[in-house]
Design a protein around this ligand. Structure first.
Ligand code: MN
Length: 257
């Protein structure tokens, strides 16, 4: 039997679990490649310390759109920390529950500034939130963005999905998405070489318990059923996609080995 490909979790809020140190140890022991996203620049150094020099854990610098108004003063801090990591997230836009236009304007200002800084830097990997704001997220990224980006928990229209694919987006799938039959039609439209997996723990829960990075195995089972392909093949495809995501840049200093 060939060895199974490692599991991939491109979006996990490691710092928001009750015991992040224990989770970081588990990630390393299970050899799941994991991107630990952060929701505010001020918590980035603490997450960096938790990750230490673990091989399988990378820390992303982020400013969550739902915190944009409250934490807008931390944008300079994000720009200051940006050279310390290749990964950026959780960032993006959220237009759900009728957020006031003024809030949306703040979100856009911050997201556009982050995109611009990442474009200047040229080798970043972004994990992006786009709920009800898919068109504006894609407008902000635009053509010729000098980096790679993942649309995390994509739930928009098929039209914007096509646009995202044209712009080079990857898509990370979690078990909560797999529960919605509506998502089947989205998944079928995404090219197989753009699919990644994420936990989005601890927000995503299974039987009232937060998922953790290796829970992405359940997402692989879902993709396997939609694609009609063996789960080990799907697992290998997601790993190859992750590898290609990393190779999409000129800087390979943070590639997993
Ligand atoms: Mn998230």
């Amino acid at each position: 039997m060939p060895r199974l490909a490692p599991l991939i979790d491109t979006h996990c809020h490691v710092d928001l679990y009750p015991d992040p140190h224990r989770l970081a140890d588990l990630i390393e022991a299970e050899r799941t490649y994991c991107v630990a996203v952060t929701n505010a620049p001020s918590v980035f150094p603490a997450m960096e310390a938790i990750a230490g020099n673990k091989r399988h854990l990378r820390v992303a610098i982020g400013l969550h759109p739902e915190l944009a108004v409250e934490r807008q003063h931390e944008l300079p801090l994000l720009l200051q920390y940006l050279p310390r990591t290749r990964y950026v997230g959780e960032v993006g836009l959220d237009y759900s529950d009728g957020k006031p236009q003024a809030d949306r304007a703040v979100q856009r200002r911050i997201f556009e500034a982050i995109i611009e800084a990442c474009d200047d830097a040229g080798n970043k990997i972004l994990t992006i939130h786009s709920r009800r704001a898919e068109a504006d997220v894609l407008d902000a990224i635009g053509k010729g963005f000098r980096g790679q980006f993942i649309l995390h928990w994509y739930s928009g229209s098929l039209k914007n999905l096509e646009r995202g694919i044209e712009l080079g987006a990857f898509f990370s799938i979690n078990v909560a998405m797999a529960r919605s039959r509506r998502f089947d039609s989205i998944l079928k439209r995404i090219p197989r070489d753009r699919i990644l997996t994420e936990s989005d723990g601890p927000f995503v829960r299974i039987r009232n318990e937060p998922v953790w990075p290796s829970s992405v195995a359940q997402t692989l089972a879902y993709i396997s059923s939609v694609w009609g392909r063996p789960i080990d093949e799907v697992r290998a495809t997601v790993f190859e996609n992750f590898w290609r995501l990393l190779a999409g840049s000129h800087d390979d200093s943070q590639h997993p080995r």
